[in-house]
Design a protein around this ligand. Structure first.
Ligand code: NAP
Length: 281
């Protein structure tokens, strides 16, 4: 039976440490403040944004929300980003995705001042990650790397298979794992016979959004499994991209859903907000 990687507990510990960092910054006259922009009325985004505001409150980070109408134009959105870039009291900026069709999210990400880009989506930060420089790392991949660190899972020379190649999860993970000296293979929706890759993997990271996609017969004994996916199973319960019940019988380590990668994502956002405040002044 696998060791369960407890993301909830690691996130709690991370936040406790960040509270101290935040307090120390305030004593030096630096007040970390996150500005969150949400455009339109997406119910899932509302929940994510609420969780982020609660986490800020818990750590001691100031928080300001900008809720823009569905009909907001690209210019209005960019104007707001520029205003927040210029505001001295705002140390981190986050644009909640998705935004309504018709708006260009990539342009909006590019307009966020890269030193306030706590999501790590700005091309400067993406580029810095790819050449191994200190930067803001996208929060979910960063959380995954912290889990490896906490559980002493050394990636050196390991065969890591990442399933999913999104800009926010899969692609930054490639770079993070390479930087830790893993041999990295990336699979996606056009990959033929994914099990040929996963069966040889020492570590499999799945981030595709397909409930219980990774089955026990697709992995070898002792594999380390990181499940990024968040789905509703047929029973209506939250589940990941991994068939946890069966894969956990073969794995050496595995993350659960819920309670795995999810809580770490928010903790690493808080980490990035504190980092931005330290860097900015
Ligand atoms: P995304 O942008 O939709 O990307 C999905 C990726 O999976 C794409 O690269 C796609 O391939 C690939 N894919 C889809 N179906 C596949 C299949 N049958 N076989 C192989 N690859 C397949 O999703 P995302 O934003 O990366 O999120 C992925 C999952 O992680 C979702 O469930 C999301 O809710 C979850 N998530 C969780 C957290 C967290 O904090 N725990 C954070 C972010 C995301 P193509 O590129 O070929 O289309």
């Amino acid at each position: 039976m696998a060791i369960i990687i407890d993301g909830k507990e690691l996130a709690r510990k991370t936040r406790e440490n960040l509270k101290i960092d935040c307090q120390n910054l305030k004593e030096k006259g630096i007040v970390p403040k996150l500005a969150v922009i949400m455009v339109g009325d997406n119910p899932a985004s509302k929940v994510y944004v609420k969780n982020k505001s609660r986490a800020c409150e818990d750590v001691g980070i100031e928080y300001e929300e900008f809720l823009l109408d569905e009909k907001t134009t690209q210019k209005e959105l960019i104007d707001l980003i520029h205003k927040l870039n210029d505001r001295k009291d705002v140390t981190g900026i986050l644009l909640q995705s998705p935004i309504p069709a018709g708006l260009d999210i990539n342009e909006a990400f590019r307009e966020i001042y890269y030193k306030k880009d706590v999501d790590g989506f700005h091309p400067v930060n993406v580029g810095k990650l790819s050449i191994g420089q200190d930067t803001f790392i996208s929060c979910t991949p960063y959380g995954v790397m912290k889990m490896f660190e906490e559980y002493n899972i050394d990636l050196t020379g390991k065969n890591v298979v990442i399933i999913g190649r999104s800009n926010i999860v899969g692609k930054p993970l490639i770079q993070c794992c390479l930087n830790k000296n893993a041999t990295v293979t990336v699979c996606h929706s056009k990959t033929q016979n994914i099990e040929e890759y996963t069966k040889k993997a020492d570590i499999v990271i799945v981030a595709i959004g397909k409930a219980k996609f990774l089955k026990a017969d697709m992995v070898k004994d002792g594999v380390v499994i990181i499940d990024v996916g968040i789905n509703r199973g047929e029973d209506g319960k939250l589940c990941g991209d991994v068939d946890f019940e069966n894969v956990s019988k073969k794995a050496s380590y595995i993350t659960p859903v819920p309670g795995g990668v999810g809580p770490m994502t928010i903790a690493m956002l808080m980490n990035n907000v504190i980092k931005a405040a330290k860097n900015f002044f």
